[in-house]
Design a binder for this molecule. Structure first.
Ligand SMILES: [Zn+2]
Length: 555
């Protein structure tokens, strides 16, 4: 695009000290100036193109600093079912049968359907599925990805029968009947280890996520939403980078990708750090880099695997599960700091939050005593249930908070209610304290599969958190109503604050001199539209490094 000045625009810069401007001067991939058109007009030579924006709104392009973007790509071949539209399991299975009839085995050699209600799995067995599909393997996965139902053909291809060993010391197993015969229910992905045998026999395997044809359209959708930077929820492997590289070679990667190296326990951490180093050595370039480590500290409130400060309402000895206690977590943080990396921690329960805040405090204190500094950026993800006092401490300690605004309308229903009780349930998604105490509060989508792709749209997410209503579900306004979030704070969360979480705020996240020219032209002023209509806001043009990747300039 060369050099141009956009003028007569309504530019929201996301810069604190100069939040609004009417003109922006772009040269190549960078911003030369943002401010008053008159000042630019005085110094710009005649060859610089002037583009009249007719008063349209311009914002920095979005940052999604916690999204499982390549896991989404991996799910693109799945048969996605609308679980709420079926009266019972049989109706769902009949529909899978119908799909099989429409798509012969030569065309679809293996059907992986999802999601099924968890409670339906309790009474299911393979014969129910065999009735509808027996000519090829079929798997129906539950909504939480913890159990699935497979048919007899699949058991046969996996070479699993009554002689297959059963390991009572783990939850990963093929369920058995009284005669030790597999019922078709499989727990915790036990079948995955046997899949290669099956794929070989059916001469098929899932599409490679490094295939640009698979990942390309998903990246394109992110660009269309105005997103030009992502931090992966966790990077699944080399194939993620291979896929992105192939897209980049075609000149079609209009996005910064930050990898995230997962570790599960302290003893795994050196490997995760080494993995990040190896990815950088092999793949680092102007768009891709890995400088973050990921940890799951607890599970979910709905499944009862969150770590809680007070016990479950109906189980007074149960405080949920925490994967790492304070001392170990402190040690992990010190090692990550030493490696000059950042840390993202998944957490939903207040005990997980409390533990992480304590660990950051410990790590900082320890280093201070040694005359050193803790420079790692620690981002606490989700933070569904937190104690007010810990919110203040987190802000004071400079901990980064990341929220998933499209959850704030109660997307997960009330499954957590029976575990935490109404009093705690009605304090979920309380984030205004973080704003009040001045924490870095970033926003992200955390989507993991193709069926949720529309929820990666930041405008749709902001509408949900601004109203605490989810237009896709039938739930009432989510309590407490006083926790509706201001649009401006979420706009900051999806731009400059997200860029801080990605350690990229010097290059992206706001519109300022010297930064990358990454911005969106919108069809309206987002600060003037009623909040319950916010989700219908659209990007007219999305510009990445100075050039449009959606729409065009001028109009
Ligand atoms: Zn996640």
């Amino acid at each position: 695009m060369g050099e141009y000045i956009l003028y007569h625009a309504k530019i929201w810069t996301a810069e604190n000290d100069a939040e609004w401007a009417d003109a922006m001067w772009v040269s190549g991939d960078k911003i030369l100036a943002v401010g008053a058109y008159q000042d630019m007009e005085d110094v710009a030579s005649a060859h610089v193109r002037r583009i009249d924006m007719n008063g349209q709104m311009i914002i920095p392009s979005f940052v999604d600093c916690h999204v499982h973007i390549t896991t989404v790509a991996r799910s693109s071949w799945l048969l996605v079912l609308d679980k709420d539209s079926y009266a019972d399991l049989d109706a769902m299975l009949a529909d899978i049968g119908k799909y099989a009839k429409q798509h012969p085995v030569e065309e679809v050699p293996y059907i992986y359907a999802t999601p099924c209600l968890q409670e339906w799995m309790e009474h299911a067995d393979k014969t129910m599925l065999d009735r509808y599909v027996s000519d090829r393997p079929v798997l129906l996965c539950d909504e939480g990805f913890h159990s699935c139902l497979i048919n007899s053909r699949m058991l046969e291809l996996l070479e699993v029968d009554e002689h297959t060993p059963y390991d009572p010391t783990t939850s990963m197993n093929y369920a058995r009947d009284a005669h030790n015969v597999p019922t078709g229910i499989v727990y915790e992905h036990r079948y995955e280890a046997d899949l290669p045998k099956m794929y070989e026999k059916i001469h098929w395997c899932p599409p490679d996520q490094s295939d640009p044809a698979v990942i390309g359209p998903i990246l394109k959708q992110f660009n269309d939403y105005g997103i030009t930077a992502v931090l992966d929820g966790f990077t699944e492997g080399d194939e993620t980078f291979e896929g992105l590289k192939r897209i980049e070679e075609k000149g079609e990667l209009h996005m910064y990708y930050r990898g995230n190296s997962l570790f599960k326990k302290l003893s795994d951490l050196p490997d995760a750090i080494e993995q990040a180093r190896r990815w950088n050595e092999k793949y680092q370039d102007s768009k891709m880099q890995t400088e973050c480590i990921k940890l799951f500290l607890d599970g979910t409130n709905e499944l009862g695997t969150a770590a809680l400060m007070e016990p479950f309402v109906e189980d007074p000895d149960n405080y949920g599960v925490i994967n790492m206690e304070e001392k170990e977590l402190t040690e992990a943080m010190l090692q990550i700091n030493e490696a000059k990396l950042d840390l993202q921690i998944h957490m939903v329960g207040d005990r997980a939050f409390h533990t992480a805040v304590n660990a950051v405090e410990n790590a900082k204190k320890k280093l201070e005593q040694e005359g050193k500094k803790f420079t790692s950026r620690v981002t606490l993800l989700h933070c569904e249930l937190t104690k007010p006092e810990d919110r203040r401490r987190a802000a004071e300690l400079g901990i980064y908070i990341n929220i998933t605004p499209h959850w704030n309308g109660g997307i997960f229903g009330d499954a957590a209610l029976k575990i935490v009780g109404k009093e705690r349930f009605d304090t979920f998604y309380s984030f205004r304290d973080f704003i009040r105490y001045g924490a870095v509060l970033s926003c992200s989508s955390d989507i993991v599969s193709i069926e949720e792709l529309d929820r990666a749209n930041p405008f749709a997410a902001m509408q949900i958190a601004a109203t605490r209503r989810d237009p896709q579900s039938c739930f009432e306004e989510r309590q407490p109503a006083s926790e509706k979030l201001p649009v401006r704070d979420m706009m900051l969360g999806f731009t400059i604050e997200g860029a801080k979480c990605m350690h990229m705020e010097k290059e992206i996240g706001s519109l300022a001199k010297g930064k990358k020219a990454n911005f969106c032209v919108l069809n309206r002023n987002v600060f003037e539209v009623p909040v319950d209509k916010l989700g219908t806001t659209e990007t007219v043009t999305v510009v990445f490094e100075g050039s449009p990747v959606k729409g065009g300039l001028p109009y």
